[in-house]
Design a protein around this ligand. Sequence first.
Ligand code: SAM
Length: 409
Amino acid sequence: MLNTFQQADHPALPKASADEAARQEFAKSFKGFIQSTLLPGLTPVYQTRVARKFEKKHGRSPQDRRDIREGMVEDIYFQHYAAANRIAQELLWESVNGSVDRQLPELIETARRLSATTAARLEIPEGFQPPRYVTALDIHCMPGGYCSEVCEDDISVGALYDRGVYLYSMGYTGPNNDDMGRSVVNYIKRKMPDFAPRRILDMGCTVGHSTLPYKELFPEAEVWGIDVGGPCVRYAHARAAGMGFEVNFAQMNAEQTTFPDGYFDLVVSHILLHETSGKAMPRIFAEAHRVLAPGGWMIHADLPPFDLMDPFTQFILDNETWYNNEPFWGAMRDMDQIALAERAGFERSDVRFDTAPMAVMEFAAAAEGYSQEASEAVAEREFTAGEFAPGGGWEVLIAHKPMTRKMVA
Ligand SMILES: C[S@@+](CC[C@H](N)C(=O)[O-])C[C@H]1O[C@@H](n2cnc3c(N)ncnc32)[C@H](O)[C@@H]1O
């Protein structure tokens, strides 16, 4: 049903030679094999031997993801699974990294040329310092992280992310890697048909995958993508121009932006929060509240918090914390985000979690002739352990800033 294997080309995208394409295809297929063949084996391994062994040792059954992990790490099947997963992740980046390096001068030149064709702004402040939680390690094992710059006008980690994340998601975020943005946009269209934001801010935009759908839906709006990674926003600006979108990008910290109070009607983020920190998250919420105009909306899209899933699924997802250089992945999912939003200035009654069905699944179902309702249902299934994105749609934390402060009794 889905054609998940063809990333849409655009002028800024690195082109793969036949050998590079073969390596990339292998890395993606290896990852697919692990997900479809090794991962399902973890459940019976846990049920038939790990849980029993744990009970024998502790005189009680495993209670939470930490107990499950304690048992599983001793098991040879899990050890093989975790090792294969890590190898697949490293191979994936490696298969793209060499390709980006080979053509870096041309990629930089193309990005410069594309950026020069648009009136949209690109702001890279002199001496900008990205936060340590982004630079201290290569998040999800991506060589160089989001911020490394090795030459003038460097865009290499942006290019690496664009191609690499397509392989990482095995195409499930759509040909333009934009399923998160597209899903939230569809959600807004459906739930708030009269909402017409004048200005939109996408926090932690990386290369603008999720940012562009907002410009598509709201062509009159002034759209900004911000990120702490300079090469990312440089690449994002060129990519958007090459795809025909006038979207502004800036290297900026979402904890403390330079936008005036009340500048935006819509502030969004997509899988940003789990890559920040316990100190940064409250600041990001407070900043979103500050830059929102009365009547505006804040929407953060990510995977669900742990309390919305069973302990075994939590354990599977938390492997990202342990084996994929994602130190905040698990801790973020344990945080009370509704309370955080409240502390940032939103009223508790104006904050909620919801699911935005995956646009790519909805589209595929509609193409097969399903009704609108049935398509939404197909796109919004129960979350399944280990799935990157398919299943459950995107969990969205939604907060509304009222036009006027409510009277406190
Ligand atoms: C997983 S990526 C986000 C993907 C992107 N939103 C998308 O939908 O394709 C996380 C991004 O957040 C950025 N980031 C982390 N902390 C940030 C902060 N405080 N302010 C702005 N960007 C930040 C990282 O540099 C990285 O590019």
